[in-house]
Design a protein around this ligand. Sequence first.
Ligand SMILES: Nc1nc2c(ncn2[C@@H]2O[C@H](COP(=O)(O)OP(=O)(O)OP(=O)(O)O)[C@@H](O)[C@H]2O)c(=O)[nH]1
Ligand SMILES: [Mg+2]
Length: 221
Amino acid sequence: MMQIILNEDVLKDNNTAAAHNRDQFLLNGTLVINLMSSPGAGKTTLLEATVKALADRYRIGVIEGDLATELDADRIRAVGAQAVQINTHGGCHLDARMVAKTLPEFHLDELDLLFIENVGNLVCPSGYDLGQHHKVAVLSLPEGNDKIPKYPTMFMRTELVLLNKIDLLPYLDFSIEEAVRDLKAIQPNSALLPLSARTSEGMESWFGWIDNAYQAMKKRY
Ligand SMILES: Nc1nc2c(ncn2[C@@H]2O[C@H](COP(=O)(O)OP(=O)(O)OP(=O)(O)O)[C@@H](O)[C@H]2O)c(=O)[nH]1
Ligand SMILES: [Mg+2]
């Protein structure tokens, strides 16, 4: 009983902070995407490629979430975008307050896109609203077909799955058709985009999705 009450309070506090973040993003017209996956699925590689490809179209910032190190933020800075690293020191997900603390470091009015790379795991991050406009999951081929049915909370709470590392398809027994079927069973409104952050195959669809999301956000003001 105590546990349930505590969890409800934690989520209530988080939702209050997330609503405040959302107001900031709306006020400044910044499209915010919360990127989640297991460790090593390719979130940072995807963001490096996205920053490189879209830098002349959008002003981009990145919040990096990891238990320790500045390694991912350094990778983003190396391709020319502003990055702020959050270290959770053991925490398995970002929460809205952690994100709120980084916002003064950005000039949100000068940012079109803000990506939040969540801590790598398929469980905790999906339960916490950060105030983002969109939650996107990355799943990579080497993780196997069973991840969508085994971690349903991640895939039922995201609206897009980027199926990364399709350059490895010839070497693995992964079935894209099965992944599409499993995703539809869990979240019929979610879309799946197969791509490779390494070879750029399929990345244009992801950039098109970002363009549509950005235009849709702008229309709401
Ligand atoms: N073959 C292949 N490898 C990839 C691709 N994308 C990423 N990788 C590799 O996968 C490994 C992990 O990539 P990261 O981008 O660091 O993964 P991440 O999701 O950010 O990992 P965490 O931040 O630790 O959760 C690296 O060795 C990348 O080079 C891809 O499309 N194809
Ligand atoms: Mg990373």
